[in-house]
Write a protein that binds this ligand. Structure first.
Ligand SMILES: Nc1nc2c(ncn2[C@@H]2O[C@H](COP(=O)(O)OP(=O)(O)OP(=O)(O)O)[C@@H](O)[C@H]2O)c(=O)[nH]1
Ligand SMILES: [Mg+2]
Length: 250
């Protein structure tokens, strides 16, 4: 099995800076106490979030990930087989690093047939359709239902999911042309948000990811993550750290 294995998901590192002049150490019953005067404690937080990218064949899932992670686009179509992985590292704010482990799941997997292993510990998802092909929009409901039936947060709520209407650099077909109808659709189907995107022209991909991360952060207390340690690590096989070309055999 060549899949990257997520072992721990949250890391909190603490560093304490204290003033040399006012820092007094006293010994008390064999314990050292530090003066709290003039100390500032910085909690540095690293989050690793598993995010699924699903949707019909050739809707642009891999292209969106390549654009987001590698700032690269290719017209050539090579269907994903199984699942690929990519890691996007973001300095979210001065104390927070966010690592998005993107699971690029082949459209060939088909909703309903996807193994539950893909969903394990996922905390967010993108569902992608091709706005030039209405049939790929019609599948969105099924992808969403499959997602919601296989993964829930610890409070029983659905994981945040953002809908992407990709290839918006081309003429669009169907209700994606009507913002109001799309808003209503997303509300009724339980999407956190929707965006028209273009991997080709780099439209709205960073924005969509930012909204998904914000929604994940709002749910932080109920995420499906292993919090029994203070460090996380991604164990990968010997092929690099940020872009897995590995196929999950699970
Ligand atoms: N015009 C245009 N073409 C795109 C865009 N995104 C992807 N494509 C093209 O659409 C085709 C399919 O893209 P992929 O990213 O491989 O699609 P996928 O969803 O990963 O496909 P599977 O792995 O088979 O599920 C490729 O030829 C891409 O170049 C886009 O935003 N605009
Ligand atoms: Mg692909």
């Amino acid at each position: 099995m060549g899949a990257a294995i997520l072992t721990k998901v949250v890391s909190v590192r603490c560093s304490t800076k204290s003033s040399k002049t006012n820092n007094i150490k006293t010994q008390n019953n064999n314990n050292f106490e530090m003066s709290s005067a003039n100390q500032t404690t910085t909690r540095r937080r690293d989050h690793l979030y598993k995010v699924l990218v699903i949707g019909d064949l050739a809707t642009g899932k891999t292209s969106i990930i390549k654009r987001y992670v590698h700032r690269f686009f290719s017209q050539n179509y090579r269907a994903t087989i199984g699942v690929d992985f990519a890691l996007k590292v973001l300095n979210w704010d001065e104390n927070t690093v966010i690592r998005l482990q993107l699971w690029d799941i082949a459209g060939q997997e088909r909703y309903g047939n996807m193994t539950r292993v893909y969903f394990k510990e996922a905390v967010g998802a993108f569902i992608v359709f091709d706005c030039t092909r209405v049939n790929t929009f019609e599948s969105v409901k099924n992808w969403k239902a499959d997602l919601d039936s296989k993964v829930l947060l610890s409070d029983g709520s659905k994981i945040p999911c953002v809908l992407l209407a990709n290839k918006c650099d081309q003429p669009k077909e169907g209700i994606v042309n009507n913002n109001h109808q799309m808003d209503e659709y997303c509300k009724s189907e339980g999407f956190s948000a929707w965006f028209t995107t273009s991997a080709k022209d780099n439209i709205n991909i960073d924005e969509a990811a930012r909204v998904l991360i914000e929604k994940i952060l709002e749910k932080e207390s109920v995420l499906n993550i292993n919090k029994d340690g203070e460090q996380f690590s991604i164990q990968e096989d010997n092929q690099g750290q940020t872009n897995g070309k590995k196929k999950c055999s699970c």
